[in-house]
Design a protein around this ligand. Sequence first.
Ligand code: 13P
Ligand code: ZN
Length: 268
Amino acid sequence: MSKMKIVDLPTVREVIRCASNMYRMGWDERNGGNISVIIDPEEYRDYLPEEPHRVFQLGFDATPLIGRVFVVTGTGKYFKNVDVAPEVNLGIVRIGKDGHSAELLWGFEDGGRPTSEFPTHLMNHIARLAVNPKNHVVMHCHATHALALTYVLPEDEDEITKTLWRMSTECIVVFPEGVGYLPWMVCGGNEIGEATALKAHDYRVVFWGMHGVFAMGDDLDEAFGLVETVEKASQIYFLTQDHVRQSITDEQLKKLAAAFKVDYKKII
Ligand code: 13P
Ligand code: ZN
């Protein structure tokens, strides 16, 4: 039996499918958005080379991730092209023994490199793994209505959380911990990564003011589902503004939390 190709590893195929879906949702115009997913050794052991093709300097200390292997989207790459040329638009990298480098084991065949948001991704992986060892995914995108929400709501994560919870009955069940919010910052560097990672300790969804959202999860379905849910709630906010006659009350939110036994953030 011939050996499976690296592009056919289940995690790589899932990233390809996810990027295509995110593109079709309209969340990833041009090169907007990025994905990183941990691949476990059982999956890649017989396929990836030991010797890296190239090495990238990270510019920060990623020691807790030494030896971890990630599928990651490339900087400047378009999500709409991931499925037609995965070997160019995606890479598989291993965090080097020095904790400051990423070793390219597959992909980025045109000389590309990991997303400019890789510092934020890796810092978020570190933060989430510390509270949930099963976390495998960090995802960033420019979900349209969620992004628009940051222009019209107060810059207050509890206000944003309460608005989202009220927009759809399922919200408090899907993200009972609420969402984090960061005011506008320059993207693509360590500073925004550090600020996001502080939020990622408490939240699986972090809004970036006037930019987009980050979502974290055990798998791509969880992270994608979180973006879908906050995006839909944000859309409902814009559909109902100026028309609204009734809204989900705090009492109803408390009843939902009790019925679904979710430990929600006590801001109501
Ligand atoms: P990259 O092309 O470097 O992934 O950047 C896209 C983006 O959304 C920046 O926030
Ligand atoms: Zn972005």
